[in-house]
Structures are given as C-alpha cells and as structure tokens.
Ligand binder design. Structure first.
Ligand SMILES: NC(=O)C1=CN([C@@H]2O[C@H](COP(=O)(O)OP(=O)(O)OC[C@H]3O[C@@H](n4cnc5c(N)ncnc54)[C@H](OP(=O)(O)O)[C@@H]3O)[C@@H](O)[C@H]2O)C=CC1
Ligand SMILES: CC(C)(CO)C(=O)C(=O)O
Length: 350
C-alpha cells in the first residue's frame, strides 16, 4: 500500500492511454490507491474488457473490469497526493488547466511525457504546485483485447525531490522503480535524441526491432541525431547518456553494417518484436503526433541560433503529411535518400 505514517496516499494518472494505463494499472495491481482519468472511449473499453498487462519478460496479468479505478471527470483527482501526467504534449496545457481546477495545493505533479517542455507548460498554468519532470524509458503499445504491452525496459527517471521518497516503495512493488536525477534538462535532451527515431519508426510502419535492424533506417536516424547534436552543441546543451552508448557515438554506431550492429549494439535491439513507437500509434489511430515537440524542438532550437536543421525539418513535414493522408510505409533507402538530399541543401527557412 502507498502509505505514509499509516495514511493511505492516493495517486491520480491524468491521461489514460498507453503509458497512463500501463503505469496506473501496474500501481493499482501492486495495491496502490489509484484513479485513472481519461476519455469515454477508454472507459468503455476497460469497463467491458478490463486491462491485460503484458511485457517482454513474460508478465501476463489480467485486471478485471469491475471496480477498476477509472473516471472521465477530472474532479476525481481532488483527493490525489501524486498526479502523474501522461497526456501527449499538445494536450499538456489543457490538462494543466483541468488539474489546477481540482488538485489539492499540496499535491505533487509529475510529467511522464516525452519532449523537453511539458513540465514547464504544466508549471505555466499551475502556479503554487510543485511540478517535476519525469521520463519513461520503456515503450508501451495498446493491443487487441485491452492489452497494454511493455516492449522494452528501463527505470522511470524523475527530477530529484525529497517529496518523492515516500513513493519509491509502491513504484518498486509495481515493477516501476524510480531513479531520481539531477540536471533533468540533460536527461530530457538525451531522451529526445532517441525519440528522433519515433518519426523514422512511424514512417517505416515496422516494429521498432525490425526497423532498427535495417541499416537504411538506422542511417536516417544517424543523420537526424548528428544534426541534432550539432544544434545542441551550438546551444551549449550536453545531452545525458540514456542508451547504453554516449550520445556522440550514436551516429557512428547506427551506421554500422547490420551484422556488426547486431553484435556490438545488441542491447539497443533488446526490444521485443511487437514494440512500436508512440508516434506510430498516433499515425495508426489517425491522431495528431508529437513530432513538433521532438524533431520540431531541434528545428526550433536551431532557428533560435540562426541555424538550420534541414533533415529534422523535412521529417517533421513528412509526418505532418502522413497525419493528413494516412500512413504510407517508406523504405529505409527511399527515406534516407530524401533526408540526405535535404541535409545537403542549406536550410534557408527562418
Ligand atoms: N507510448 C509509449 O511507449 C511512450 C510514450 N511516452 C510519452 O508519454 C506521453 C503519453 O504517451 P501515450 O501514453 O503513448 O499517449 P496516448 O495518446 O496513448 O495517451 C494519452 C491519453 O490521454 C487522453 N487525454 C488527453 N487529454 C485529456 C484530457 N484533458 N482529459 C482526459 N484524457 C485526456 C488521450 O485521449 P485522446 O487521444 O482521445 O485525446 C489519450 O487517451 C507522451 O508524451 C509520449 O511521448 C514516453 C515513453 C514511451
Ligand atoms: C520508448 C520510446 C523511445 C520508444 O520509441 C518512446 O519514447 C516512444 O515510443 O515515444
């Protein structure tokens, strides 16, 4: 039980989607007092099928529909001591307004979102609340049968804060150990470098493992990361090492021929064959993606320095086109030629 001196502490998860339901349901299954706040569609799904939690390590845990702690009304978070925000980046501002309307002033807010700006967006509308940035290293995909599948590993990282201590035990029991980290901006930029693959993965229409097993797609990612590293260097930002390899070695590693890559970077391919990126899930569902907050963040940072980031700019445009017309899988070779030709052009757009 999440308990502090005998008092039960309540957790609210705001945004019941892939990450929100996986984390919320895992905490619930571990005995935490949880409420998940989300849309009617997910409510109907969970009410009729419950939640099946699976993972690459063989977890298979069915949670029944009855009594599942789900609410469509944000007022349900009024009693929460910890509020985990798991909406997509474009929904952060609206989420902050809804949370600020009902949250206790002493509630601790943690953004578990990708991108570098969400915690600040929440802070903007939540004066008086303590808001921490967090980072989810693993991926979760929703599958038929109300199944939420974690397809890779890693520990949750959250900005260091003494108030988190009381939550460590229940998160560990839920299989979600927390690592508290200083210099969280470095963590966020380090994760964002890896998230540059989300767009490549979405355009490939392949599971992450198959996509990253193909050199042509890896060369696309190498191009995007190399360009991003140049921009971060110019901005004086040092991204943290999130993968097994330091960020500056990622482009070289990714460009290795398949056989060498599979041997040397085996840990990067320790993803189960079903795992996909969150951006692929968005495109498949016909939703707006987070590309403006990922590759787009590199383009914006470059612009602020009077520089270009043409390959990242181009992949943002490709994703926006796919949001409009639906997913048309691109081969690694075609995508690489396209991105490379953009990267060779000078990026003159303001
Ligand atoms: N999926 C993954 O594997 C990973 C995702 N992340 C990050 O985690 C964050 C969440 O991603 P993910 O779980 O994939 O996203 P999802 O789109 O699956 O889930 C977000 C959910 O929040 C709902 N929502 C949005 N606004 C509100 C609101 N105001 N009130 C109630 N519900 C709301 C959305 O509903 P609707 O769509 O109907 O608006 C959606 O169901 C993102 O920043 C992502 O980048 C990080 C690591 C891995
Ligand atoms: C875990 C990872 C990197 C998987 O692509 C992710 O963050 C996402 O899908 O958004």
């Amino acid at each position: 039980m999440a308990a502090d001196r005998g008092v039960t502490m309540k957790i609210a998860v705001f945004g019941a989607g892939s990450i929100g339901v996986y984390i919320g349901a895992s905490l619930y299954a571990a005995g935490a007092d949880v409420v998940m706040i989300g849309r009617a569609r997910m409510h109907r799904q969970i009410a009729s099928q419950g939640v099946l939690l699976t993972d690459l390590d063989g977890r298979r845990q069915q949670l029944e529909a009855h009594d599942f702690p789900y609410d469509e009304n944000p007022s349900a978070l009024a009693a929460a001591d910890l509020i985990l925000v798991t909406v997509k980046s474009a929904d952060s501002a609206a989420a902050a307004v809804a949370i600020a309307q009902y949250a206790k002033p002493e509630a601790l807010i943690v953004s578990l979102q990708n991108g570098v700006g969400n915690a600040n967006t929440l802070r903007g509308a939540m004066t008086g609340w303590q808001v921490l940035a967090g980072m989810v290293p693993f991926n979760v995909v929703q599958m038929a049968g109300s199944r939420f599948h974690r397809g890779s590993g890693g520990e949750l990282m959250i900005e260091a804060c003494a108030r988190l201590e009381q939550w460590h035990a229940i998160f560990s029991e839920a299989g979600l150990p927390i690592q508290q980290c200083h210099d969280f901006a470095a963590i966020q930029w380090g994760k964002l470098l890896l998230n540059l693959n989300n767009a490549v993965n979405a355009l490939s229409d392949l599971p992450l493992k198959s996509e990253l097993s193909q050199r042509a797609y890896r060369r696309c990612l190498a191009l995007l990361i190399e360009e991003a590293l140049q921009v971060l260097r110019a901005a004086g930002i040092r991204p943290a090492k999130i993968a097994k390899v330091a960020p500056q070695f990622l482009p070289m590693l990714l460009r290795l021929p398949d056989s060498l890559f599979k041997r040397i970077a085996a840990a990067m391919l320790k993803i189960d064959p079903e795992a996909r990126s969150s951006m692929w899930e968005d495109l498949r569902a016909g939703r707006r993606t987070e590309v403006d907050y990922l590759n787009g963040a590199i383009v914006c940072l470059a612009q602020s320095l009077g520089k270009g980031a043409p390959a990242n700019r181009h992949i943002v445009a490709l994703i926006h086109a796919a949001e409009g017309t639906g997913l048309q899988p691109l081969s690694g070779e075609a995508l690489y030629l396209d991105l490379q030709s953009r990267a060779l052009q000078s990026d003159t757009e303001p």
